[in-house]
Write a protein that binds this ligand. Sequence first.
Ligand SMILES: Cc1cc2nc3c(=O)[nH]c(=O)nc-3n(C[C@H](O)[C@H](O)[C@H](O)COP(=O)(O)OP(=O)(O)OC[C@H]3O[C@@H](n4cnc5c(N)ncnc54)[C@H](O)[C@@H]3O)c2cc1C
Length: 243
Amino acid sequence: MTKSPAFAPRLLSSRAESPDVRTFRFASPPGFAFVPGQFLLLHFEDDPRTWRAYSLCSPPARAAEWFELTVGTVGAFSARLGALRPGAESGLAARGPFGRWTYDGSPARAVLVSGGTGLAPFRAMIAHALDRGAAARLALRASARTPSRLLYRAEYDAWRRAGVDVRATITRPGELGLGERWDGETGRWTSERVLAAGGPGAVYYLCGPAGLVNGLGAGLRAAGVPAERVRSEAWGDYADQLT
Ligand SMILES: Cc1cc2nc3c(=O)[nH]c(=O)nc-3n(C[C@H](O)[C@H](O)[C@H](O)COP(=O)(O)OP(=O)(O)OC[C@H]3O[C@@H](n4cnc5c(N)ncnc54)[C@H](O)[C@@H]3O)c2cc1C
């Protein structure tokens, strides 16, 4: 495991994003800072061999005070994390931030394509662009199985007002829950749909399940986008439980 010093993150608050997903706000350790796109490695002290990565999803500008992680409950580790409550002894340890899949606010247009919880690091990238007055360079193409699984929906209007081109699609419109409505786009983001959000020189950031990330990445490269302008972060080869 890495040599960067571990810290014990203190949970300040948490909120539900969807039935299976929660966002956790932790107090930052002294001197904490990160670049959007980076992640932390977490483990519980009674199980030091099990580490999991979670993307920093909060505004980098607030990192000196607090940071947020959004966690989808899919297995034993994420379920334990999902059950954390402020004030309780958590036994949680963190290392990081890590990762070179980052967005530096460069002048190129950036198209951010996510599946499910893959939206988490893009929330930090969008906050960073908003702070720098660069939001109009960003297009977000989010996807989730059903509307209730679309993360951060309450924030989309503010992102749009700042100039981000925000669109979301639902991939399983036949599985809407009781009382759920969706009048928006349906189906997966294809390379054609994603390219339409880009333009000459655009950079494509892809994040989420390996199927989405690798499939779209191959489609973009086949359409002539140079490999260095397709920046992929695949979280694993999972069937899209939450996407
Ligand atoms: C760089 C990086 C950043 C990540 N950031 C986040 C993040 O911000 N939020 C987050 O929830 N997860 C994130 N993950 C995934 C996370 O590290 C764990 O893999 C995940 O929480 C599952 O761990 P587990 O032990 O609970 O389940 P496991 O027992 O390890 O896995 C259970 C099943 O769920 C699948 N799975 C793993 N991740 C997901 C997911 N996100 N959605 C649906 N199915 C999944 C696994 O492939 C497996 O089939 C990230 C992974 C990487 C590599």
